[in-house]
Ligand binder design. Structure first.
Ligand code: NAD
Length: 279
């Protein structure tokens, strides 16, 4: 087990601390979510990433409460779904998420997708700013925002998101977007950090893994950590949950980092954020 104290902390631009490794629970059924969350917390995780659209906020809340770890030591992220964008709808949807989670506040609330075709993300953002002012959310951020969307939020509201959670893995490394994040002081959080497991058989990765006596998944997650990215790998398999946070007994050197950088093919697994507007 990895002691929770070994997981690096990143301090966001508003002073809130986020653990650099968390558990993602997309596609985890509500009935399985509590067990996955408890297993993760026992293994040393303190951060859980869910969303209204994952339909498992109830199970996540049960797992958090039954873990025995005090609420203030946990970091809970959830996200606003596309159909709930707009000032009033966002506030209402937030309270529904809070009820399902059974919490008094969340640590990080994200706009799940910009859905530019709806053109409501600026008003939605104003609702997020109000939720933070009410003390119901410690930190506010976005997900799947492109540079134009980020700049528009900053220009029109004066409030910069603390986090942008985006698709990021060895085959899709997002160098340009990461540079914009660095310029604006936004932390990069990687979704599908393992590329959904699809590229873990890559011979170059396996060679680095063999050299360090770890798995390809651990190499990829360590690469993210050394880039400064926050990661939220998903698993419901206890041995993998444990493996995915056991990242602190080895270090990648510049040659290893270069091997992984060379795997970038610019290939997305998910939809393009400019086009995605599923309700
Ligand atoms: P991931 O990259 O975390 O891959 C998860 C899959 O990789 C697992 O289902 C399993 O098949 C495999 N895997 C996990 N650990 C492994 C290990 N140690 N060895 C071998 N295989 C392993 O993919 P993901 O679930 O798409 O992304 C992680 C989290 O990111 C999600 O659970 C969710 O919380 C978040 N997410 C957010 C968005 C968004 O739009 N904001 C989109 C997708 C995912």
């Amino acid at each position: 087990m990895t002691p929770a104290t070994e997981v690096p902390i990143r301090t966001l631009s508003d002073g809130v601390d986020i653990p650099q490794v968390g558990l993602g629970v997309w596609q985890v059924p509500d009935d399985d979510a509590a067990a996955a969350v408890r297993t993760a917390i026992t293994a040393g995780y303190r951060s859980i990433d869910t969303a209204a659209a994952y339909n498992n906020e109830g199970g996540v809340g049960d797992g958090l409460r039954s873990s025995g770890v005090p609420r203030e030591e946990l970091f809970v992220t959830t996200k606003l779904w596309n159909s709930e964008q707009g000032f009033d709808a966002a506030a209402e949807a937030f309270h529904a998420s809070l009820d399902r989670l059974g919490l008094d506040y969340v640590d990080l609330y994200l706009i799940h997708w910009p859905t530019p075709a709806r053109d409501r993300y600026v008003d939605t953002w104003r609702a997020f700013v109000a939720l933070r002012a009410e003390g119901l959310v410690r930190s506010i951020g976005v997900s799947n925002f492109q540079p134009t969307h980020l700049r528009r939020l900053v220009d029109e509201t004066g409030v910069t998101p603390t986090v942008n959670q985006v698709e990021l893995h060895p085959r899709f490394q997002q160098a340009e977007l990461r540079a914009v994040h660095a310029e604006l002081g936004i932390a990069t959080e990687a979704w599908s950090p393992l590329g959904q497991g699809r590229s873990l058989g890559e011979p170059a990765l396996l060679a680095v893994a063999a050299r360090h006596g770890v798995s390809a998944a651990q190499v990829v997650l360590r690469w993210h950590l050394q880039l400064g990215t926050v990661v939220i790998p998903k698993s419901v398999t206890p041995a993998r949950i444990v493996e995915n946070i056991d990242l602190f007994g080895f270090e990648l050197d510049a040659a290893d980092m270069a091997v992984i950088s060379a795997l970038d093919s610019g290939t997305r697994l998910g939809p393009h954020p400019d086009e995605f507007s599923m309700a």
